[in-house]
Ligand binder design. Structure first.
Ligand SMILES: CCCCCCCCCCC/C=C/C(=O)SCCNC(=O)CCNC(=O)[C@H](O)C(C)(C)COP(=O)(O)OP(=O)(O)OC[C@H]1O[C@@H](n2cnc3c(N)ncnc32)[C@H](O)[C@@H]1OP(=O)(O)O
Length: 303
């Protein structure tokens, strides 16, 4: 059951058990080692599979961090490495970002990285999140999110950082920056990313109320650009990619930079202070208690 949204998500216990077994095997990408569409080899890490198609210049990047693709330190690090690798390959012009887990795009930040750890860990974790956002938000590649599951909080940030968002039409696939529901505050760069997507007033309402939008509402408010039937999300993302890649790279890239640089620079100029804010906020007893209670509720809801 989806605790935050008050929605039920179908039991995926069996799938999760299977996923955990696969995870344990660690040979995660051996099944894909045969390669992508044009003979280009798939590559990846334990939690990020990249299926490149050299013929189209598009790579599909799939998140796989069972059970809910929470943005653990490992996943953040692996995402940055995969992104950097694609950026350095001249053949690639676009990425489809999606999930390899049924029903979940990403559950957002990994709460276990934010609870009961020491300040040095919180600092390392936040720096890794900043790093991923800065790179994803500013990458010269076209990134289209094929959102095939729920994406609360940090999951929503991930999608908002892409150039275009396609969401699968399932009422359980909620999306939004719901931090206030946890008693925490979305950092300014989360807020800026949403403002740049849906505007100031809609963001203020969404953030204060911690709104998690179902697909039709997400489309209406502009959190996503397209809603398509489940099963068509990756195809729709690829179709949209064709339109984005029809634009000359240099013109599109300069325009992207013109639109996003000021927002990214705002974090870059106060990166260390932002880390310290996060560490001192998380180190408060009241915040730790609230997060522990929330995590415990998530763990117990199945019982
Ligand atoms: C003054 C200003 C200062 C500012 C300083 C900064 C302040 C900090 C700002 C931090 C910003 C935070 C961003 C975030 O992203 S916080 C995380 C928010 N995410 C959520 O709340 C999602 C919670 N999860 C869910 O709602 C559901 O799990 C979900 C709908 C995603 C899926 O539901 P489903 O029923 O399929 O799965 P379960 O709920 O049963 O969960 C399965 C197991 O996964 C664990 N889980 C779930 N979410 C997380 C998570 N985010 N991190 C870690 N673990 C998670 C859950 O406990 C279950 O575990 P077990 O199998 O062990 O029981």
């Amino acid at each position: 059951m989806a605790l935050l949204a008050g929605l039920r998500v179908p039991a995926r216990s069996l799938l999760r058990a299977g996923a955990r077994l696969r995870d344990a095997a660690l040979g995660r990408w051996e099944r894909a080692a045969g390669g992508g569409g044009d003979g280009a080899r798939s590559f990846g890490s334990q939690r990020v599979l990249v299926e490149p198609d050299a013929a189209t210049g598009v790579a599909v990047m799939k998140l796989w961090n069972p059970p809910v693709n929470s943005l653990s330190l490992d996943l953040l690090t692996e995402l940055v490495i995969s992104l950097e690798k694609l950026e350095n390959e001249k053949t690639f012009r676009g990425i489809i970002l999606t999930s390899d887990l049924p029903g979940i795009f990403s559950a957002g930040l990994d709460l276990t990285e934010m609870c009961g750890r020491n300040p040095a860990h919180y600092a390392e974790y936040w720096k890794a999140l900043q790093e991923l956002w800065l790179r994803l938000y500013q990458t010269h590649l076209v990134v289209i999110a094929a959102i095939n599951g729920a994406s609360p909080a940090g999951g929503c940030l991930l999608a908002l950082s892409c150039d275009y968002r396609v969401l699968a039409d399932n009422p359980k696939f909620i999306i939004g920056l719901n931090e206030t529901l946890l008693g925490i505050v979305a950092p300014f760069w989360f807020k800026d990313t949403m403002i740049n997507t849906i505007g100031h007033r809609a963001t203020e309402r969404a953030l204060q109320l911690g709104l998690l939008f179902r697909p039709a509402e997400a489309l209406q408010v502009g959190v996503v650009d397209q809603v398509v039937p489940e099963g068509q999300v990756q195809g729709a993302a690829l179709s949209a990619m064709t339109q984005w890649l029809a634009i000359p790279d240099h013109a599109r890239q300069l325009t992207k930079s013109m639109m996003r640089k000021a927002t990214a620079d705002r974090l870059l100029t106060q990166r260390e202070a932002d880390i310290q804010n996060f560490v001192s906020f998380l180190s408060r007893d009241s915040i730790q208690k609230a997060l522990q209670v929330y995590l415990e509720k998530l763990r117990q809801k199945k019982g």
